[in-house]
Design a protein around this ligand. Structure first.
Ligand code: FAD
Length: 407
C-alpha cells in the first residue's frame, strides 16, 4: 500500500466496516479504513450485544443471522475472545398465562423453522435464570442465542487488522467519491484524497448521505434506541433476556393464533408519547446490567431522553424488584440502521464499478461478520458463500417514504 492508494478503502468503523477490513486483509488485500469519529462510535458502540435468533423470521433473516453467528468460533480462534462472546442462550419471559400460550405457539413455530426453542414454566425459568422474579409464569429458552460486548468486538477487530497492516484513519470524514467515468476510484476526505481499486461503503445509518451523491437511493431510516446501565452488580444472570413489552412489536408474534391486542402491555406504558420499549436486559462481565431499549425515530439524534430513560427505569423496577435499588451509571442512545425489509444492502452497484455497499444492518452482531466475509469474497472474485440476491443494493431505488423524511 503506498501513501494514498490501497486495494480497498472501507468507509465506516462499526461492526460492519471492521469485519470487512478483517476479512479483506485475511484475503490478502491492502486495506485503508476511514472513520469520521473513532472505531465503534456509531450504533456498534452503543449496542446491546444480542446475537439473537429467537425472533428472527424464518428464511433469509434467520439463515443470515445464523451464518453470521456461526463465524464467531473461527474469529475467536484467530484473535481471541476479549469481547465476552458466550453462547448461553436467550429467554423471553412473561407474566400471564395467556401470554405464555402465545410463547408456546412461538416455540412450536420456531421448532418448525429449525430453531431449537422450548418453553419452560416459571420454576424452571428461574432455575435457568435466577434473576427472573416469582411473578414470571414461564419463558422461552433458545440455546442458540449468543452474546458479545459489541464495542469490545469492534475494538478487537480494529487491533487485529491494525496489527496486520490495515491503515485505520480515525477522525477523518469522507465527503464524497472520486470518479473516473462511471468508476469509483477513491474518496475525498477531510485528510485529503485516497484512491483504491474498490471502495466499501459501510457507514450504517449514515449510508444514504454518501449514496445519494452517486444517485443511489438507500432508504435507511435511523431508529433511535436508548439504554440505561447500572453500576457493577454481583453476577445475577448470564442469559439474554427479552421481556413481554417488546413482543407486540414483532409480526412473528402478532401472527400467532392466540395473540390478542392488549397483550404484552404494562400500565407503565400508559401516557407514553414518543417511545415504545423493546424490553431487554443483559449483564456484562464487569457486573454492569444494561437495560433497554426505548425505540423511536427522531432522525439523526443520538441523545437519551427523560421519557426513554424514565420508562426503562419504571418497567424494570416493576418487573425486577431485585433491581429497584440498583445504582444507575449511565444512559445513552444510538441509531440502528433500519431498512424497509430489515435486510441490509450488500454488493456492487450496477453502473458504478469499484464500489461495494455494505449498509443497513438491523442485526449487525450476527450480520456484521458474515457481511465482511461476503465483501471479501466479492472483492477477491470468489463465488459468495451466501445467496446475495436478497441484498441487492438497488432493490429500493424507487422507494419513497410515505410520511417522513429519512433524515
Ligand atoms: C442501542 C442499540 C442497541 C442495539 N442492539 C443490538 C443487538 O443487541 N444486536 C444486534 O445485532 N444489533 C443491535 N443493534 C443494531 C446494531 O448496532 C447495528 O446493526 C450495527 O451496529 C450496524 O453496524 P454498522 O457498522 O453498519 O454501523 P455503525 O456502527 O453505526 O458504524 C457506522 C460508522 O460509519 C461512520 N461514518 C458515517 N459517515 C461517515 C463518513 N462520511 N465518513 C467516515 N465515517 C463515517 C460513523 O461514524 C460510524 O462509526 C443495536 C443498535 C442500537 C443503537
Amino acid at each position: 500500500m503506498n501513501q494514498s492508494h490501497s486495494d480497498v478503502i472501507v468507509i465506516g468503523g462499526g461492526v460492519v466496516g471492521t469485519s470487512c477490513a478483517y476479512y479483506l486483509r485475511k484475503a490478502g488485500h491492502s486495506v485503508r479504513l476511514i472513520e469520521r469519529e473513532h472505531l465503534a462510535w456509531g450504533a456498534s458502540g452503543r449496542n446491546a450485544g444480542f446475537i439473537w435468533l429467537s425472533l428472527r423470521p424464518a428464511g433469509v433473516q434467520l439463515d443470515f443471522a445464523r451464518a453470521g453467528g456461526n463465524l464467531y468460533p473461527e474469529i475467536i480462534a484467530d484473535i481471541g475472545n476479549e469481547f465476552e462472546y458466550r453462547r448461553n442462550g436467550g429467554m423471553i419471559y412473561c407474566f400471564a398465562e395467556d401470554e405464555l400460550q402465545v410463547l408456546r405457539e412461538l416455540a412450536g413455530r420456531r421448532r418448525a423453522d429449525g430453531l431449537a426453542m422450548e418453553v419452560v414454566d416459571g420454576k424452571t425459568a428461574r432455575e435457568l435464570c435466577p434473576i427472573l422474579p416469582d411473578s414470571v409464569t414461564g419463558a422461552t429458552f433458545c440455546p442458540e442465542d449468543a452474546q458479545i460486548y459489541t464495542p469490545k468486538f469492534v475494538q478487537a477487530l480494529g487491533r487485529a487488522v491494525r496489527g496486520a497492516g490495515v491503515d485505520i484513519l480515525e477522525g477523518t470524514g469522507v465527503s464524497g467519491f472520486i470518479t473516473a467515468g462511471e468508476r469509483i476510484t477513491g474518496v475525498e476526505t477531510t485528510a485529503g484524497r485516497f484512491t483504491a481499486d474498490t471502495t466499501v461503503l459501510a457507514t450504517g445509518s449514515w449510508g444514504p448521505m454518501l449514496a445519494e451523491t452517486i444517485g443511489l437511493n438507500l432508504p435507511i431510516r435511523p431508529m433511535r434506541l436508548q439504554a440505561v446501565a447500572t453500576k457493577p452488580l454481583p453476577p445475577l444472570f448470564d442469559r439474554l433476556l427479552y421481556g413481554p413489552l417488546a413482543l407486540k412489536q414483532y409480526t412473528i408474534i402478532r401472527e400467532l393464533p392466540s395473540y390478542r391486542e392488549g397483550m404484552f402491555r404494562s400500565l407503565s406504558e400508559e401516557g407514553l408519547r414518543h417511545v415504545d420499549l423493546l424490553e431487554c436486559m443483559v449483564q456484562r462481565h464487569d457486573g454492569t446490567v444494561m437495560l433497554g431499549l426505548p425505540m423511536d425515530y427522531p432522525g439523526y439524534d443520538q441523545t437519551a431522553t427523560l421519557e426513554g430513560v424514565g420508562i426503562t427505569a419504571k418497567v424494570f423496577a416493576e418487573h425486577f424488584p431485585q433491581l429497584t435499588r440498583a445504582e444507575v451509571a449511565t444512559s445513552w442512545a444510538g441509531l440502528l440502521p433500519s431498512t424497509p425489509d430489515s435486510l441490509p444492502y450488500i454488493g456492487p452497484l450496477p453502473g458504478h464499478e469499484g464500489l461495494i455497499v455494505a449498509a443497513g444492518h438491523v442485526f449487525g452482531n450476527a450480520a456484521g461478520p458474515i457481511t465482511g466475509k461476503l465483501v471479501a469474497e466479492l472483492v477477491s472474485g470468489v463465488a459468495p458463500s451466501f445467496d446475495m440476491a436478497p441484498f441487492k443494493v438497488d432493490r429500493h431505488q424507487d422507494y419513497a417514504p410515505e410520511t417522513e423524511r429519512l433524515w
